[in-house]
Structures are given as structure tokens and as C-alpha cells.
Design a protein around this ligand. Structure first.
Ligand code: ZN
Length: 237
């Protein structure tokens, strides 16, 4: 019978640490973006105009730049080939807005060039969703049916959860690479000056840190599962 539900589960601290890291990262990106939303770029280009310029210079003409509602909801959708820019990016001429628009262009360029980590990431989406959906049910069912086999349902549950962690890790090179491409394009196209690029880089780095925080939180959750259930669930009657 599993007995660890009856006393304070100290491993929950790992989940809390993960949540705090994510909150700090999210606050940081919002405040950095907010700060550099007030710096208008000298070129006077809006996020949407900068995106068009970058896409065309990369020889991409089949990606549509669109406006979507929300804040920091910007994304590139490879299926519909649309570059969706939010309220504070699309029509803003700030160095923050232009930076975010260029970052999404970075994803469009990755897609056009068949950048392998992006392809891996897209392939991994359904696996990761399936894994995180099944992980907890399998672990809970596994705890009720103590099995003496070498591999228990609990182990399979933890294995499924690790797919979600791998997904977070594959996301990191994709995001860092998109930002690197963005800064190169902004410089080469003369959209931003050297000092403006320093500010834009700060915005993009803080955005990338939210992905690092998510990955760290996922690793901590996996660690918690291993501490709680790894090697348990069998022969402990
Ligand atoms: Zn991105």
C-alpha cells in the first residue's frame, strides 16, 4: 500500500521551485519588453514592416504577416505559414516590437530552410502531449496495482513524463537560434542601429529565459517523480 500520501511530501518543494523560477522568468520578460517598448527605433519601422522586410530578404514570399490580439502572443504557424504579431508588436515601432517580430521571422526562416531541431520539435509535439496526458494516470493506476514485474506501470508513467521534458529541451536550441537569426537580419537589413540591437538583444534573451525556466521546471518535476516512485511500486507489499 502506498503510504507517502499520509505525511508531508517534501518533494513537492521541487515543484514549487519550478513554479517560482517560471514566475520570475515571466515577470522578467514582461518588464524587459515593457521597458524597451518605449524606445522607438530610428528607422521608424513597425514590427509588421520589419517582418515583411526580413522575410523578403530571406526569399520568403509565401508567409503572411497578420495581426492577432493579446500581449506577447506572437508566433509563427508553420502549417498555415502565417506570422502572427500581437497588439504591442504589429504596429509598434519600438526596438522591443521589432525584435519580437524578427524573432518570429527567425522561425519562418528555420522552417523554410528545413532547420532540423525545428522539424524534430514539430514531430515531437504529439508525443509530448500524449506523454504528459498519460503520465499521471499510469503512475496512479500503477500504485494501486503493485506488480512484481521488472517494469511497472509507474515506470512507464515516469517514462511518458520524460517525453514532455525532452520536448522542452528540444525547444531551447530552436528558440535561441531564432533569436540569433533575428539579430543578424536586423543588423544586415539596417533595421536597427548598434545601440538599438543591444536593447533588442536584452528583450530576446529575457524571452528565451522563459523557455529555460519551463525546461528547468519540467526537469524538477521529473526528478520529483523519480524520487517519489522510481524503484517503488514493486516488491513493497
Ligand atoms: Zn520563438
Amino acid at each position: 500500500m502506498p503510504y507517502y500520501h499520509y505525511y508531508f511530501d517534501y518533494t513537492y518543494i521541487l515543484v514549487l521551485i519550478g513554479a517560482v523560477i517560471c514566475m520570475i522568468a515571466s515577470w522578467k520578460v514582461k518588464s524587459t519588453f515593457g521597458k524597451y517598448s518605449h524606445y522607438r527605433s530610428l528607422s521608424g519601422m513597425t514590427g509588421a514592416q520589419a517582418a515583411e522586410r526580413i522575410l523578403h530578404s530571406a526569399g520568403i514570399y509565401d508567409v503572411q504577416v497578420r495581426h492577432i490580439s493579446g500581449s506577447l502572443t506572437d508566433n509563427y504557424n508553420p502549417r498555415s505559414k502565417t506570422l502572427n504579431l500581437s497588439d504591442s508588436v504589429c504596429n509598434s515601432t519600438s526596438v522591443a516590437a521589432v525584435g519580437v517580430a524578427a524573432h518570429e521571422c527567425g522561425h519562418a526562416i528555420q522552417h523554410a530552410k528545413g532547420y532540423i531541431p525545428l522539424q524534430l520539435r514539430s514531430m515531437f509535439v504529439p508525443v509530448a502531449n500524449f506523454g504528459s496526458m498519460l503520465a499521471w494516470p499510469l503512475i496512479i493506476i500503477g500504485l494501486f496495482f503493485n506488480s512484481r514485474s521488472a517494469i511497472t506501470l509507474v515506470d512507464i508513467g515516469i517514462f511518458c513524463f520524460s517525453f514532455a521534458v525532452i520536448f522542452q529541451l528540444i525547444t531551447l536550441p530552436v528558440e535561441f537560434n531564432a533569436s540569433r537569426r533575428a539579430l543578424v537580419q536586423l543588423r544586415e537589413q539596417g533595421i536597427l542601429g548598434e545601440q538599438e540591437l543591444v536593447y533588442t538583444r536584452k528583450v530576446l534573451v529575457s524571452a528565451a529565459l522563459t523557455y529555460v525556466a519551463s525546461a528547468a521546471a519540467a526537469i524538477l518535476q521529473l526528478l520529483r517523480l523519480v524520487i517519489l516512485f522510481g524503484g517503488r511500486g514493486r516488491d513493497n507489499d
